[in-house]
Write a protein that binds this ligand. Structure first.
Ligand code: GDP
Ligand code: MN
Length: 390
């Protein structure tokens, strides 16, 4: 779960990481009122979207009068913001963060993430932060130090000296950096984050300030963070995600043209592998939850069919234990009543209530082709997507 900058900053502040004072605003009047509460003569107005790269795209505006705070806000709320991280369609800006602007002497980079290759929580640190560094992170330019930390130890006492040196800091700023790095490690573990990035962390006067913050939290850990669940926002720009979360299935859009609806993650992966093996390209990964209801199955099927690239729909369902093929058939038939199915549908059923499922599908007006064998069903899907007929 990606959260907004203002939310991430509020969380970091709880770990004693210094962030600028600021207020959220949904229109120009609110922004002006917010600006008035801040003791400054220079403000920064920042678009709150679930993506970075805003600075280079005009999504972060420095202004030197209250009137300009209002104007900048109007401007940002008016149009979709397109950054290198939003995709070409951009994102609508619903709110802005108004802060007192910081005087920047130096921009540093500090982040923490799970390094999957080494199975370790790892700090990323560089004395060269700012807008151009994000592209360099993860490449081998050597500019960004990677410092693994052992989270099994007492986080209050972990050795963060290598992080401080990688930031190029010493003295008073060095000790501030130490406490920021500790706070960051603690926040990362306690919040079940998968990424926290402060870019830039700036030197301003004799202080370090986190003037930007990016944070993603582990969706699978949200159940134990009741207070964080409300940070999830119904993102109107991503209806796929909304549907997926409401109905409890996993869906990942892929590049190919064979849409899939499958019972269980293991079988879903095997289905995708087999599609590739036979020379086809999956349009998605979709795994239905165990004991999915007709409504959930219908929603998942509609989702798979909404992909404009899909040229065929392959349903691979094994009725195992609590999942029954007849319920799956009802779900698919429900989806077909709710939307026009414009692609051929291939179904492979096996397991509990297979016969009932087959009968229900045969009696529906879906015109699905039923194939008994997993491999044969996949081959047929690949052939169909490539232009052969069912
Ligand atoms: P991002 O581009 O989406 O990562 O947005 P950031 O919050 O990192 O802002 C981009 C850039 O705007 C920063 O690297 C700074 O150079 C500049 N910026 C942001 N806030 C301030 C501020 O308070 N004062 C000054 N002088 N510059 C700022
Ligand atoms: Mn940034």
């Amino acid at each position: 779960m990606y959260i907004h900058e203002f939310q991430a900053k509020a969380l970091l502040a709880q770990y004693a990481i210094p962030v600028p004072e600021g207020c959220l605003a949904a229109d120009a009047d609110e922004a002006i009122a917010a600006a008035r509460t801040l003791d400054t003569d220079c403000w920064v107005v920042k678009a709150q979207i679930h993506a970075g790269g805003r600075g280079q795209a005009g999504g972060v505006r420095l202004v030197d009068s209250i009137e300009k705070v209002g104007k900048a806000t109007e401007r940002l709320l008016e149009e979709r913001l397109i950054t290198t991280q939003t995709g070409p369609e951009g994102m609508r800006v619903e709110r802005v963060l108004v802060e007192g602007a910081c005087e920047i002497e130096k921009e540093l980079y500090l982040g923490v993430l799970v390094d999957r290759a080494n199975a370790q929580v790892t700090f990323l640190a560089s004395p060269e932060g700012g807008m151009t560094i994000e592209a360099a992170v993860g490449t081998s330019t050597g500019q960004v130090a990677q410092i693994p930390i052992d989270i099994r130890h007492n986080l209050e006492r972990i050795d963060v000296t290598p992080v401080v040196s990688a930031l190029g800091l010493s003295g008073a700023l060095g000790s501030q950096a130490e406490s920021i790095a500790r706070g960051l490690a603690k926040a990362f573990v306690e919040l079940d984050a998968t990424l926290i990035e402060i870019n830039p962390l700036v030197v301003s006067g004799q202080r370090l300030v986190a003037i930007d913050a990016k944070m993603t939290l582990d969706d699978n850990a949200l159940a134990r963070h009741e207070d964080l669940q409300s940070l999830r926002e119904e993102d109107v720009t991503d209806p796929d995600r909304l549907e997926r979360e409401r109905h409890g299935y996993n869906y990942i859009r892929l590049d190919g043209d064979i849409a899939t609806v499958v019972t269980g993650a293991g079988l879903a992966l095997a289905t995708i592998d087999l599609i590739e093996l036979h020379g086809g390209r999956p349009a998605n990964f979709l795994d239905l939850p165990p004991a999915a209801t007709r409504v959930q199955i219908a929603a998942a099927t509609r989702q798979a069919l909404r992909n404009p690239k899909a040229r065929v729909l392959l349903i691979n369902a094994v009725g195992g234990g609590i999942t029954r093929c007849d319920v799956i058939a009802e779900g698919i038939a429900t989806a077909a009543r709710e939307m026009e199915v414009q692609v051929p549908v291939i179904v492979r059923f096996d397991g509990t209530s297979k016969e009932m499922g087959v009968m229900l599908l045969e009696n529906s007006r879906l015109g699905a082709t039923l194939v008994d064998d997993f491999s044969a069903a996949v081959r047929l899907a690949v052939q169909t997507a490539a232009g052969g007929t069912v």
